[in-house]
Write a new protein. Structure first.
Length: 288
């Protein structure tokens, strides 16, 4: 099979050609401008390579419900030119092939489930912590959608002692994204995270907020692994701090073999940055 993959991000869109085994043959990157500017060259890319199906993992919020009138649409995104845009419809009309569609983080999780750190597991969570915070969730072998899709980046946080930062989420202030995403780090400390790598106090506070979000995730979803990706998690010193804080917050309430081996329970992505594209290939395969 020749499968198309489209990882649609707010800054760039990555297109690739591959197969169901995770082999990638071609790829191209397009800046995320307006739909009128961005979609036609991507359509042409997939036309040239004559794909049998296309998988799209997209920034959101989106409508992934195949029974909905707005299935395949990007909904009330802050990226105004893309608001209420029929993303799947544009490619369906142009390519006339089956299309699989899901959130960007569900796509990344799917890549990790088939080719990376969650391989072989039926219950897993993938968090991206970068410009925003989002989670892809698999429960009993199925990606979680519900009434729309999970918005785990907006679970509410308890403010840490000594931190008077009010959060940078315009909707919630003290939510996971508002307190721990890349823009929150910059707003709180006056510099981007990459410029604060040697400031231990920055990452100790960051780890406490991330740990709050992960403990809520563990208690609610009981995943067998939690994978952390995104730009903030490029600061690898966070991992041992987060594991330690999660253990402290759980306070021996849960006792499982996974939680007794935190080094293999809260882990970085294992697909070398290709988890999103690999997930898109699986979305394409599943659409056939």
């Amino acid at each position: 099979m020749r499968l198309g993959a489209l990882e649609a991000g707010g800054t760039k869109m990555v297109c690739a050609i591959g197969n169901e085994n995770g082999e990638i043959f071609e790829r191209a990157t397009f800046p995320t401008l307006t739909p009128e500017e961005t979609v036609p060259p991507m359509v042409e890319f997939f036309k040239q390579h004559q794909v049998d199906a296309l998988g799209i993992a997209c920034f959101g919020p989106i409508d992934p419900d195949v029974n909905s009138k707005t299935y395949g649409y990007i909904l009330r995104t802050p990226k105004i030119p893309w608001r209420d845009y029929d993303f799947v419809g544009a490619f369906k009309e142009a390519l006339n092939v089956p299309i699989g569609f899901d959130t960007d983080v569900n796509g990344s999780l799917l890549g990790e489930v088939y080719f990376g750190a969650a391989k072989g597991l039926s219950d897993a969570v993938y968090y991206t912590i970068g410009t925003g915070v989002g989670a892809g969730i698999m429960v009993n072998g199925a990606l979680l959608h519900g009434m729309q899709h999970a918005e785990a980046g907006h679970i509410l946080m308890r403010q840490e002692a000594g931190d008077d930062f009010q959060g940078c989420c315009p909707s919630h202030g003290h939510c996971f994204e508002g307190m721990a995403a890349g823009p929150a780090i910059e707003a709180r400390w006056g510099k981007k995270g990459v410029e604060l790598a040697d400031r231990q106090e920055v990452w100790e506070l960051e780890s406490r907020y991330i740990a709050q979000g992960l403990v809520a995730t563990i208690c609610l979803l009981s995943p067998k692994v939690i994978i952390l990706g995104g730009g903030v998690m490029m600061q690898e010193q966070l991992f041992p701090l987060i594991r330690k804080e999660v253990t402290r917050l759980l306070n021996n309430y849960l006792d499982t073999k996974e939680l007794r081996d935190m080094d293999h329970y809260i882990v970085p992505a294992a697909c070398g940055g290709d988890q999103g594209i690999l997930g898109c290939l699986k979305l394409a395969e599943f659409s056939l």
